[in-house]
Design a binder for this molecule. Structure first.
Ligand code: 16G
Ligand code: ZN
Length: 531
């Protein structure tokens, strides 16, 4: 077929280094940018086939999120804005690792297995982050799409969640919103402005927020978005990419893992600050206390704030909808305790990785999911959205129930339900703090985090560690879990687990305990048990 001739011709311009083997992991392919040209071309091919198969537009995002500037990566986005299925992740790995002369065979194999009609039209949306390698790599994706005759729309510099949003909007014929960056800002910012109308007399301090843009795409986009916020949120932007290096001593991952403020930001005592990661799909908040102590409000605190707000609105609206919070093993024990025992909401724990949390959240009327690292969003079932809309529009609804229903509607509109989104989460959090008239200190005081520590351990082969119970227990190697159990017993309020990383060649260790000293020692002891 002529199409394959073109693939063959074009692929020689994006040759695979012989012997190089890469895996489509939790966050797609991710490694040093120099190794990725052939991967990008091939992901352009795969996205085109996926588009033909699903008869819908597929997204391809070129980013390595919080990794260093030298790295890059690529992720495919399925029609509703979600992650691709495990079967297609497998195809991605196969296609990526086929040696140059075997590429067409590998491609034909996927087409045959999936019975793809190659005369079907195909559409692919492409986006990229601000890394210096991203332009040529996204061009390689576009070349791959063109080689198979697919239609490509290049969104250029966008955040990962913006690209997910565009794909979803396009495939739902605009029902979710307009598939443009302007459309995205308009929808989110209008909802935010409506929400803040429910907060009276906000002071300038309450409207002010310091943002660490991680020297990445989030910085660029928060500037663009600010113009739509009509002074209802005034942002001081730090790490905007003009001086510093992407993710270097800044950004959400740095702040969460190091438990300290990013460099390049001016932190006045008590002031509300937040950090995005390198592709703006994560956010964490923080402030320093008057005593100079650093206080982090991570994904767990965010999930608690949002679910409390939603639960109160549901009560006010008199709506009986099932709300749940989905967490991972990294969730601070205090947050789980607060959610289950004090707030009385359903809590579920899944394996690390957005697709697992997203899937679990879909099982409820309202599913709030957050990883402790700050990646998360809220999902509303179609039935829940309809009930809320019905209540808001019903002329017989009394005023207070109507107010709650309208607040819920605007909350739905400020949220990017396709994936965790730092910009959208930031607007939602700011709106909730305004409406509930909460300072960041009051939000922080809802519960007190147990001191915790994360470590990573280099081992010969991380795959020897196998886990169960949402990664909270190790089933192999033999004896490891027993060793962890006996170490944990030595400390009060302690918990610890180990899991092989899905993005790096390391084993991760997490420990929490009553004191920081205990958490640190426990993490260290467990990491020795891993060797
Ligand atoms: C990826 C995941 C993130 C997870 C992280 C864990 C997606 C889109 N991203 O970045 O959710 O927290 O991996 O990394 O799924 P690790 O396996 O190296 O600890
Ligand atoms: Zn990210």
């Amino acid at each position: 077929m002529a199409q394959f001739h073109e693939v063959s011709k074009q692929s020689s311009l994006h040759p695979k280094p012989a012997g190089l083997d890469l895996q489509y992991g939790t966050a797609g392919f991710r490694t040093n940018a120099k190794q990725l040209d052939h991967i990008m071309f091939r992901m352009g091919l795969l996205a085109t086939i996926r588009s033909k198969k699903t008869k819908a537009t597929i997204g391809v995002m070129v980013t390595a999120s919080h990794n260093p500037e030298e790295d890059n990566g690529v992720k495919l986005v399925d029609p509703m804005g979600e992650m691709v299925t495990p079967t297609w992740e497998g195809y991605a790995t196969q296609l990526a690792n086929a040696e140059q002369e075997g590429l067409l065979t590998a491609l034909r194999d996927i087409i045959e297995k999936e019975a793809v009609n190659m005369s079907q039209e195909a559409g692919v949306f492409v986006g990229k982050d601000t890394r210096s390698s991203s332009s040529s790599l996204s061009q390689a994706v576009i070349d791959g799409v063109s080689a198979l005759g697919g239609h490509c729309k290049d969104y250029g510099l966008v955040t990962t969640p913006q690209l997910h949003y565009m794909v979803c909007c396009h495939n739902t014929q605009g029902k979710y919103g307009e598939a443009t960056v302007e459309g995205y800002y308009n929808k989110l910012c209008q909802a935010f402005i409506q929400l803040t109308k429910n907060a009276s007399n906000r002071t300038d301090d309450q409207k002010h927020l310091s943002v660490d843009g991680a020297n990445g795409i989030g910085a660029l986009k928060v500037r663009e978005m600010e113009r739509h916020l009509k002074q209802e949120l005034k942002i001081s932007l730090f790490n905007d990419g003009s001086k510093g290096k992407l993710n270097h001593h800044c950004g959400a991952d740095f702040v969460k893992v190091q438990q300290k403020p990013p460099t390049g930001i001016k932190l006045n005592p008590g002031e509300r600050c937040c950090s995005f990661d390198g592709d703006a799909d994560r956010i964490v908040y923080y402030y320093t206390g008057s005593e100079g102590h650093f206080h982090l409000l991570d994904g767990d605190k965010i999930a608690t704030l949002i679910s409390t707000f939603l639960k109160e609105l549901l009560t006010q609206a008199g709506l009986h909808l099932k709300i749940a919070v989905v967490q991972t093993a990294y969730a601070n024990g205090s947050s789980t305790h607060y959610l289950e025992d004090i707030m009385k909401v359903i809590v579920r724990c899944t394996k690390t990785g957005v697709k697992h949390l997203h899937h679990a959240a879909q099982q409820f009327d309202i599913g709030v999911y957050f990883e402790a690292n700050g990646h998360g969003t809220v999902l509303f079932s179609k039935a829940a959205e309809e009930k809320i809309q019905h209540l808001a529009e019903d002329p017989n609804t009394d005023d207070s129930r109507k107010r709650a229903a309208l607040l819920l509607q605007n909350t739905i509109n400020v949220i990017n339900q396709t994936v965790g989104d730092a910009l959208s989460d930031m607007l939602l959090i700011e709106a909730i703090l305004a409406i509930k008239d909460l300072t960041i200190q009051q939000w922080d005081a809802i519960y007190t985090d147990l001191p915790n520590r994360q470590l990573k351990v280099k081992v010969a082969d991380r795959r020897v560690i196998d886990t169960t119970d949402a990664e909270r227990r190790a089933v192999s190697p033999a004896g490891l879990q027993e060793a962890i159990d006996s170490l944990v017993k030595k400390y009060r309020q302690a918990r610890s687990f180990v899991r092989p990383s899905g993005t790096e060649d390391v084993v991760r260790v997490y420990a929490e305990a009553e004191t920081q000293e205990s958490a640190d020692t426990l993490a260290h002891e467990v990491s020795l048990a891993v060797y």
